[in-house]
Write a protein that binds this ligand. Structure first.
Ligand code: UDP
Ligand code: MN
Length: 275
């Protein structure tokens, strides 16, 4: 394979941080060569699980989610979609070779907060029982998303999180972490590296089990005290990543929301929440 030699004196981008202080790569557009990475991951014949929840009316998002993932998610790698749903009749999708879809029937909690928080327990339990025997990596995402460009093996690592598009220019004191000291998700105003999004994390099965188990147990602990963290599963995820640093961090491009304007304009002039 032929490609340009990396130039040790010329970083591919100088406008953004490319590595965390604990030496985890931060993945931005334009800083990696996907051909090299694809070759590496094809060597180990990697198999990736993509989990998404389509509970109640969110089942409407499933079609665009899967169809766009077929176009852009881990193209030419082995992929299993794990769709957690309370619906009985999920229509068939035409999938490319080496890809399949598994439906996991789960109950629908009444409150949407319980639906999103319940993901941690359900992912943990299936990771222990099933995913660990079937795939090498898990990518756990919201279903109300469309893949607009290639998302490939550059995201894979032992345990990764994604920078929330609303906060990557913000100070730690401005992050919407849980601030009540009694909560198991508590982070004081002078702590925290980044604000991670709840809708895109993953890693090897063992590490995803560790993360989801921590978050689920922290939620249970809080529930006993009648506390629910401000941003639900996202608050517990942020607490986890404060102590157990991710081994890779994805740029907000990986969970962009047009509400924040165009990703092409970032990060210049970006300042936390829009007024
Ligand atoms: N979800 C669902 N049914 C619901 C509420 C949430 O399936 O009634 C799942 C769905 O996968 C969704 C995720 O939980 O993408 C997170 O919820 P949501 O996208 O509403 O959270 P937000 O992105 O607004 O934080
Ligand atoms: Mn969402």
């Amino acid at each position: 394979m032929l490609y340009d030699q990396p130039d040790i004196l010329k970083p591919p981008r100088s406008d953004v941080l490319l590595v965390t202080p604990w030496l985890a790569p931060i993945v931005w557009n334009g800083v990696f060569n996907r051909d090299i990475l694809n070759a590496q991951f094809h060597h180990i014949d990697v198999h990736i699980g993509l989990t998404a929840f389509a509970i109640k009316k969110y089942v409407l998002f499933l079609k665009t989610f899967i169809e766009s993932a077929e176009k852009f998610f881990m193209v030419r790698h082995k992929v299993t979609y794990y769709i957690f749903t309370d619906h009985d009749n999920i229509s068939n999708f035409t999938l490319a070779d080496g890809r399949k879809l598994v439906i996991l029937k789960v109950p629908a909690y009444e409150r949407w907060q319980d639906v999103t928080m319940g993901r941690m327990e359900m992912i943990r339990d299936q990771a222990i029982k099933k995913f660990s025997k079937e795939v090498d990596y898990l990518v756990c995402v919201d279903v109300d998303m469309i893949f607009l460009e290639e998302v490939g093996v550059e995201i894979l690592s032992d345990i990764f999180g994604t920078l929330h598009p609303g906060f990557f220019g913000a100070l730690q004191s401005e992050f919407t972490y849980e601030r009540r000291a009694e909560s198991a998700a508590y982070i004081p105003f002078d702590a925290g590296d980044f604000y991670y999004a709840g809708g895109n994390f993953g890693g090897v099965i063992e590490e995803v089990i560790r993360l989801t188990n921590f978050c689920h147990n922290a939620m249970l602990e809080d529930k006993q005290k009648n506390i629910e963290a401000l941003w639900h599963d996202e608050s517990y995820l942020n607490k986890y990543f404060l102590s157990y640093k991710p081994t890779k961090v994805l740029s907000p491009e990986y969970i962009w929301n047009n509400y924040y304007g165009s990703p092409n304009a970032m990060p210049f002039g970006f300042n936390s929440w829009p007024a």
